[in-house]
Design a protein around this ligand. Structure first.
Ligand code: HEM
Ligand code: HEM
Ligand SMILES: [Fe+2]
Length: 484
């Protein structure tokens, strides 16, 4: 079906765009580690409530945990796009120096924001604190000065990407990508709007959170996946682009009004119960399409690839997205069910599997693709010097740990829905009763056990990333696309 041609091992310097991408990838991995570290502390605080009490409180560790996640995933996306833009456009990045300066400004701003979170943990909540310390919106707590800086940096990034495609050539993938970036960046503005009315505030805050993860981020990773399948498997561009269009149409078709599943209980009009329930129930459909797409292409090429770790993480992405977002999201998206599960550990179970399964995975895949080039386009499949044990074990420990944690949280969520909501009728005493149940308490311990497993996984992942392919001399097999 597909013919394989061999290319020489290359050790030439990286292109300008690739160098910028590597900076973003390294910063992303440092923040990934911070995410896991602060996740472990938050998890420990559930079972040892006095841990770091008044020094590093749960509200701060949790905030750093999830903000580090959002930022590292965004850094990973920006890195991925810088990595693929020159290849896809067939020309050099238009403003490489600007991109590098931009990277350092953004990274410095993120560092200052985190230091302020850690050093100014308590104080009055006034307009000044919104500007300087914390905006108080979950996931995007960064103060307003940083918000404005982020908007500026994203504009520079957008200019670089769009202008590079304009200078070079356009494709189906790049067209979708650039339009999606407009929506992704534009939505961030909705999270900067301040109002003392909590319902109105939540209404707009969800525009960022939901329309990011269930619309614009999904489309972005769809583009990255399309490019990744062409590169790792030699998949046909015509086929992946067709899938991309179908997925994008379905994703926006269901994801935009699916927003309503967050408007059930925040004081918005009642018609959202119907709209949100109906459209969000359709959201898993494009995710099924994504799995079919990845498995179809992998099967068609007999899983033949010169980069097994990247391919494995791309497949982990397809399944992680389907189960974490599609199945775990669908479970609690109908208002009749959400009435019982809302805001319990069930939500956290879904949140973990979805963010990890859909977004952490594909960033790791892209980093492995970049590393192959960094190591000189060497072979990174069967018969590696260390037998590939490091990448295989880190893949297993990270995914296995995440699955275990998800199940523990799901059990805790069942416990809360049943005891607190169904039996006790959502009373204050029911809230505590549920959390004293043995099922809940055990689940909180299991979360830490599986968290530890993930911690080993991430250490091994870094070790592998630093070493894979270093001693390899066999060249990459460049797979030419299969016909049709
Ligand atoms: C990769 C895509 C997705 C990610 C990363 C994601 C992540 C999350 C997170 C983190 C939350 C908790 C938000 C909070 O702090 O309150 C949440 C809530 C929710 N998600 Fe998703 N989600 C995704 C896709 C989906 C899909 C496809 C559905 C439906 C089919 C869905 C249904 C829900 C519902 C109903 C809630 C509200 C839970 C509650 O009432 O407490 N999600 N999601
Ligand atoms: C060592 C591994 C980890 C541990 C121990 C851990 C622990 C925690 C804890 C204790 C919370 C607070 C939950 C609450 O408020 O009840 C949390 C929230 C969260 N974590 Fe993790 N976490 C880990 C890894 C991850 C990873 C890898 C991701 C995604 C890539 C992630 C995504 C999230 C999200 C989205 C939330 C907010 C959930 C919500 O509001 O429903 N965590 N985590
Ligand atoms: Fe949502």
């Amino acid at each position: 079906m597909n013919s394989a041609t061999t290319k020489a091992v290359t050790s030439g310097p990286l292109s300008a765009g690739q160098r910028v991408a590597m900076h973003y990838f390294v910063a992303a991995m440092v923040l990934f580690f911070a995410q896991i570290l602060f996740g472990m502390i938050s998890g420990m605080q559930y079972i040892m409530p006095d841990l770091f009490y008044n020094q590093l409180d749960f509200n701060v560790t949790r905030m750093v945990h999830i903000n580090a996640m959002v930022v590292w995933l965004l850094f990973g996306f920006i890195g991925s796009i810088y990595w693929l833009v020159e290849d896809e456009a067939g020309t050099d990045l238009v403003a490489a120096k600007l991109a590098m300066i931009n990277f350092w400004i953004l990274t410095a701003a993120v560092t200052v924001v985190v230091l302020v979170y850690l050093f100014v943990q308590i104080g009055p909540g006034e307009l000044k604190s919104i500007w300087l310390i914390n905006e108080g919106r979950e996931y995007i707590e960064a103060p307003r000065w940083a918000d404005i800086g982020i908007v500026f940096c994203v504009l520079v990034f957008f200019y670089n990407v769009a202008a590079t495609f304009m200078k070079g050539r356009w494709s189906g993938i790049s067209g979708v990508l650039v339009l999606d970036l407009v929506a992704l960046a534009g939505l961030y503005l909705a999270g900067m709007y301040f109002t003392p009315n909590i319902s109105v505030d939540q209404h707009w805050w969800w525009w960022v959170i939901h329309l990011w993860v269930e619309a614009t981020w999904e489309v972005l990773v769809g583009c990255v996946m399309a490019w990744g399948l062409i590169k790792t498997l030699g998949a046909s561009r015509k086929i992946v682009t067709t899938w991309l269009y179908i997925e994008v149409a379905m994703m926006f078709g269901s994801g935009i009004l699916g927003l309503g599943h967050h408007y059930f209980w925040i004081g918005t009009p009642e018609y959202w119960l119907t709209i949100g329930g109906f459209f969000s129930a359709l959201e898993p459909i494009p995710l099924v399409a994504m799995v079919v797409h990845a498995v179809y292409d992998s099967g068609r090429h007999g899983f033949k690839s010169s980069n097994h770790p990247a391919l494995a993480w791309l497949i982990a992405h397809a399944f992680g997205n389907f189960f974490g977002a599609g199945v775990w999201g669908f479970m609690h998206t109908l208002p009749q069910i959400n009435l019982y599960t809302h805001g319990t550990q069930w939500t956290s179970s879904h949140g973990h599997l979805a963010f990890f399964g859909a977004y952490a995975t594909i960033n790791i895949a892209m980093i492995y693709m970049a590393l192959q080039r960094v190591r000189g386009n060497v072979w990174m499949s069967a018969g590696l010097a260390d037998n590939g044990w490091k990448w295989k074990w880190s893949l297993g420990l990270l995914n296995g740990g995440m699955l275990g944690m998800t199940m523990a949280l799901l059990i805790a969520g069942y416990d809360q829905s049943f005891i607190e909501r169904a039996l006790e009728g959502s009373t204050w005493s029911g809230y505590f009763l549920a959390q004293q149940s043995v099922w809940f308490l055990q689940a909180m311990h299991w979360r830490v056990v599986f968290g530890l497993m993930m911690t080993f996984g991430i250490v091994l992942l870094f070790w592998d990333m630093l070493t894979i392919g270093r001693t390899e001399t066999r060249p990459i097999q460049v797979l030419s696309p299969a016909p049709g």
